[in-house]
Ligand binder design. Structure first.
Ligand code: GAL
Length: 636
């Protein structure tokens, strides 16, 4: 595969006289793709039923004539103001019962059938208009589902759709009452039309009710996307893409992507470090202008799995953003580093957001490849360097990593619904496991929780998986390598109850969790082999061999050569010692990485990526600060 670069462009935001020169400069910079259209609805249908395609026809011609390939975005994330007159009840409603207002974007409720159909119909018309154009090679459906906290909506439309969803799932109201345990606190319903949404309750709502609502809300996103994907596919065979986000877990991306061809995500490393990562002040200060050294890679690997091997970065941070609490500029070299890191993880395309900084609207201080006065911004110089380097780089054909992690959106909803300890967070748990593997120099793959086979992985980690499906249970039983589950894996039934027999209930392993404790941040227990247990402690009973215990002898890890269960949340030192032991047992080579350095195998090449500001010497190689080094992969 030969990777390529692209950029996001908004012809409707610039005078017509700019377009030719913009397109020529994109080509001169080495960009091959341009994404357009995704917020342009009010200029394409200025009044209901009155279409103006002429300017977009013209823009497509200009970009195509310059030699660019076009990703056409459907504009359903920005319903025009007149749409509200047509559907006054289409607005999403927040948990406090307040409708979201018009005046930004993503204000629609996924359950509003009228808007869903109008958006699908607009997308179909747009596709019919441009699908024959040879330069329009890909279609992006909508923009960033879930961004701005928009998946959970407590609208009337959502309530009606939830009642229908419950009717479908449970059939009889008695079945729902039993599944949810509604005998507790006299919560029994007599009919499905009595069921409300789990907001505005006096104290916490029933976790089974919340979990059903979370599943429903995810299904609504999947159905919404499917409606539009089918509309676009009715006109074109071109690949369909959605641009996902960092650490947005409110809907099942695997299920959504089943109706798409390529997964992509929007990577804003410095913004994400500041606004969506738990880390010490020292860590954040150390990576202030680079971003966290594992956060991007985590999402690259996750979206490679979501896209069934095909994935892009649709929006790449090119300089300071505008939306985080503080918005420092990247150190020189970071735009190049982020781009190559994505390619090292298998990205087909990295596309920068955006071409020119807009001196109007909500993102005035968001950098772009050009300044508002059209002069080159620093990101453009680095993008040009990347283009030159890609031209001479051998193809990067990805291959499976030796280690995989099972990632499951449902588990994120479960532990959000019932954390039991204030510091229990599914993403944080999985991310710490991922980081520990990367610090051992390992390339990592992700698997969905319904994976049918675990081959070819020698080691598979299953942290925090709410429910072990029969499919995954069989895959584990048939797996030649080692599967390490826990903590908090197979801990709940799909209806969010504690199962009996008690967890973890693993085949051929006599382990029972007698009770669990959550611990405040200043409380930890040392492990015999090194490192500590934090946050979460499961008391393990049974006759399975003990593989690790606390200093006082209580078991914390039990298992055999094929399946093991970890009954606690370990700190980095604890994870490192256990993973070092398990990788050695499985014959997986590891490489201890210095603090800011990461490595990734990419086909015939090995990439070394230095998120630190200073050079790092590793083996016989010096990797510059904020630098990337690649070499032929040494024989292992
Ligand atoms: C993304 C979004 C873009 C732009 C960008 C700014 O979340 O898709 O439209 O808003 O953030 O960083």
């Amino acid at each position: 595969m030969k990777p390529a670069l692209g950029v996001c462009y908004y012809p409707e935001q610039w005078p017509r006289s700019f377009w030719e020169e913009d397109a020529a400069r994109m080509i001169a910079a080495g960009l091959s793709y341009v994404r357009i259209g995704e917020f342009a609805w009010s200029r394409l249908e200025p009044q209901p039923g009155v279409f103006d395609w002429r300017w977009l026809d013209d823009a497509v011609e200009v970009l195509a004539n310059a030699g660019l390939k076009i990703i056409m975005g459907t504009p359903s994330a920005t319903p025009p103001r007149w749409m509200l007159d047509r559907f006054p009840d289409m607005l999403a409603v927040d948990a406090d019962g307040r409708p979201r207002g018009f005046g930004s974007r993503r204000h629609y409720c996924f359950s509003h059938a009228g808007y869903r159909d109008a958006a699908a119909e607009f997308a179909r018309r747009m596709t019919a208009r441009y699908c024959q154009h040879p330069a329009v090679t890909h279609w992006q459906i909508d923009n960033e589902y879930g961004c701005h906290d928009t998946v959970l909506s407590y609208s009337d439309a959502a309530r009606g759709a939830f009642q229908a969803w419950c009717t479908d799932r449970y059939g009889e109201i008695e079945a729902l009452n039993t599944a949810w345990g509604n005998v507790f606190w006299s919560m029994d319903y007599q009919s499905f039309d009595q069921i409300g949404l789990p907001n505005l309750t006096v104290t916490e709502p029933n976790p089974s009710h919340v979990m059903a609502f979370r599943r429903f809300s995810s299904d609504q996103v999947v159905a919404w996307n499917k409606a539009q994907a089918e509309a676009v596919r009715s006109e074109t065979q071109a690949p369909l893409i959605h641009n996902y986000m960092g650490r947005i877990l409110e809907f099942d991306h695997f299920a959504t992507s089943a109706d798409l061809d390529i997964a992509s995500w929007d990577s804003y490393p410095i913004g994400f470090l500041s606004d969506r990562l738990e880390a010490s002040a020292a860590h954040k200060a150390g990576f202030l202008r680079q971003g966290d050294p594992d956060f991007q890679a985590f999402h690259h690997d996750l979206y490679r799995a979501v896209g069934r091997g095909r994935w892009w970065v649709m929006e790449q941070q090119p300089g300071p953003v505008n939306w985080a609490p503080f918005n420092p500029a990247p150190l020189p070299g970071m735009v190049r580093l982020w781009s190559h890191e994505a390619f090292a993880h298998g990205a087909e395309v990295v596309s920068y957001f955006r071409w020119r900084q807009a001196p109007f609207g909500q993102e005035q201080y968001h950098a772009a490849l050009l300044r508002p006065d059209s002069a080159d911004a620093p990101g453009l110089t680095e993008a040009k360097t990347v283009a030159e380097e890609l031209a001479v780089m051998p193809p990067l054909d990805p291959e499976p990593a030796p280690v995989a992690i099972v990632f499951d959106y449902t588990s994120a909803w479960a532990w959000d619904t019932e954390p039991q300890g204030a510091s229990f967070d599914y993403f944080a748990l999985v991310f710490e496991v991922y980081r520990a593997l990367r610090k051992l120099g390992l390339s990592v793959d992700f698997l969905p929780s319904d994976a049918e086979t675990l081959s070819p992985y020698k080691l598979v980690l299953v942290p925090g998986l709410m429910t072990l499906s029969p499919t995954l249970r069989s895959a584990i039983a048939a797996h030649d390598g080692l599967t390490l589950l826990g903590p908090r894996s197979n801990a709940k039934t799909p209806e969010m109850a504690i199962p009996v027999p008690l967890p973890p209930d693993l085949p051929d392993l006599d382990i029972t969790i007698s009770f669990v404790e959550s611990l405040p941040p200043d409380c930890s227990h040392a492990l015999r082999g090194g490192g500590n247990l934090l946050h979460w402690f499961e008391h393990l009973e049974g006759n399975a061999p003990v593989l690790e215990s606390l200093a006082d002898g209580r078991p914390i890890l039990m298992g055999n050569d094929n399946v093991a269960y970890l009954g606690g949340w370990l700190d980095p030192a604890g994870l490192a010692q256990i993973l070092t032991r398990f990788t050695a047992a499985q014959g997986i080579p590891i490489h201890a990485m210095p603090g800011e350095l990461r490595r990734r195998d990419a086909g015939a090449l090995e990439f070394l990526i230095n998120y630190g500001a200073d050079p790092i010497v590793w083996e016989d190689i010096t990797v510059e600060g904020c630098g990337v080094h690649w070499r032929d992969r040494p024989a292992s």
